[in-house]
Structure formats: structure tokens, C-alpha cells
Design a protein around this ligand. Structure first.
Ligand code: AMP
Length: 217
């Protein structure tokens, strides 16, 4: 089961991927998470990526294609994987296709999670993450029991630098210009399934499972 989750920042790709990981036992490959870890660890790649990420721009294609290429050949991807936040450009989608062909694999489903702009802004600007365990919260929709503190491990919650309102506007315009063309790219390949992303987490998950388990296209 090789899946791509497509959608703008704040569409809920990470949330849905986390549920799918547990349900199907396949890994999530989030280029955003991998890059954030590299930034935190100050690896050469992280140092290079930081300025792009902080400004809401995309990290160069060759960097993210390299990350995904190394990850896809790992043993835990043998039974399937969920790509979250990759590809984000047509060049990345082309590179992914070549990598998969050379590994004898293909994408089965591209799930495009669709959410309107106001909702995206509200979701993203209220998003908080635990510095310790990485658990996500939302100050309105999913607040911690004690303000600013993680329910699981008690560590401090923080707002990602790129989740501020100003950077969010830039990320959305980058999405429109560079990533939205992938909707028709995968539509032309007959892989695209549109998922209404405005409901509850459970409703969106049911729509996704309907596609994955229904097997229809
Ligand atoms: P995300 O957590 O997926 O929203 O990604 C956070 C940031 O990481 C993005 O705004 C980009 O700067 C960078 N990034 C993540 N995935 C990619 C990608 N596939 N291509 C280029 N940049 C990426």
C-alpha cells in the first residue's frame, strides 16, 4: 500500500498519516519532520534547509528527493509507505516516479485532502507541538489540560516558526504555485482521489478508509 497524502499546510496530512500508520503498520515518510530533525541536530543538510523553512519557501528539490530516495529503500517500506508532504513540485513527482520504477514499485493512491483557506489559517496558527515527545495540539480544537504543557510528558509546547500568520501566507502561496499542479498531475495518471477535509478527524479518516479499503478509483 503505497500512498501519497497531498494537501496544503494544515489540511491534516500528518494527523491522518498517524492514524494510518497504526491501522496498516506502514511507515509515514514526512519530509517536513525529517528536515526539522536535521535542523534541530544542526546537520549540514539542516543548516542548509533552515532559512528556506523559516521563510516558508520550499527546500531545493535535490535535497528532498535525496531524503526520500534513501528512506524508500529501507526495509520498513517493503509493505508500503505513506508519503506526507512529498512530492511538492512536479520535478519531485517526476523524480519519485523514476525512483519507484527502479525499485519495482508504484503509487496506488494519491489522496488530496481539501480544506478551505480560512479553516487552514485557523488550524495552523493555533497549532502547538511538544518539545519533548513531539505530540501535536491545537489551542482551540485540541488544547492540553494545562496551558502550554504536554499532557503526555509535561514538556513545554511551542509554535513552529513557520506556523506564524506571516509565514503561513507565504506557505499557502507556495502551495498554490508549486504544489497544487500535482492535483492535475495525479488526476491525469488516474491516481487522484479527493477527500473532503473539513469534517472531524474521524470523518476524514472514514473517507480515506473508504478509498483505501474500497479499492475503487
Ligand atoms: P511540512 O511540515 O510538510 O509543512 O514542511 C515544513 C517545511 O519543510 C516546508 O514549508 C518546506 O520548507 C520544507 N519541506 C517539507 N517537505 C518538502 C518538500 N517535499 N519539498 C520542499 N520543501 C519541503
Amino acid at each position: 500500500m503505497n500512498i501519497i497524502l497531498l494537501g496544503p499546510p494544515g489540511a491534516g496530512k500528518g494527523t491522518q498519516a498517524n492514524i494510518l500508520i497504526k491501522k496498516f503498520g506502514i511507515p509515514q515518510i514526512s519530509t517536513g519532520d525529517i528536515l526539522r530533525r536535521a535542523v534541530k541536530d544542526q546537520t549540514p543538510m539542516g543548516v542548509k534547509a533552515k532559512a528556506f523553512m523559516d521563510s516558508g519557501a520550499l527546500v531545493p528539490d535535490e535535497v528532498v528527493v535525496g531524503i526520500v530516495g534513501e528512506r524508500l529503500v529501507q526495509a520498513d517500506c517493503a509493505a508500503g509507505f505513506i508519503l506526507d508532504g512529498f512530492p511538492r513540485t512536479v520535478a519531485q513527482a517526476d523524480a519519485l516516479k523514476s525512483m519507484l520504477i527502479s525499485n519495482g514499485k508504484s503509487i496506488e493512491h494519491v489522496l488530496s485532502i481539501e480544506v478551505n483557506r480560512d479553516e487552514l489559517l485557523q488550524r495552523i496558527t493555533g497549532r502547538r507541538t511538544c518539545r519533548g515527545c513531539g505530540r501535536g495540539y491545537h489551542i482551540v480544537f485540541d488544547p492540553p489540560k494545562s496551558a502550554g504543557k504536554c499532557d503526555e510528558c509535561g514538556n513545554e509546547l511551542y509554535q513552529r516558526d513557520d506556523d506564524s500568520e506571516a509565514t503561513m501566507a507565504k506557505r499557502l502561496s507556495v502551495y498554490d504555485e508549486q504544489t497544487a499542479p500535482l492535483v492535475s498531475y495525479y488526476g491525469n495518471e488516474n491516481l487522484l482521489r479527493r477527500i473532503p477535509g473539513m469534517g472531524s478527524i474521524d470523518e476524514i479518516q472514514s473517507a480515506i478508509l473508504g478509498v483505501l479499503e474500497g479499492g475503487c478509483r
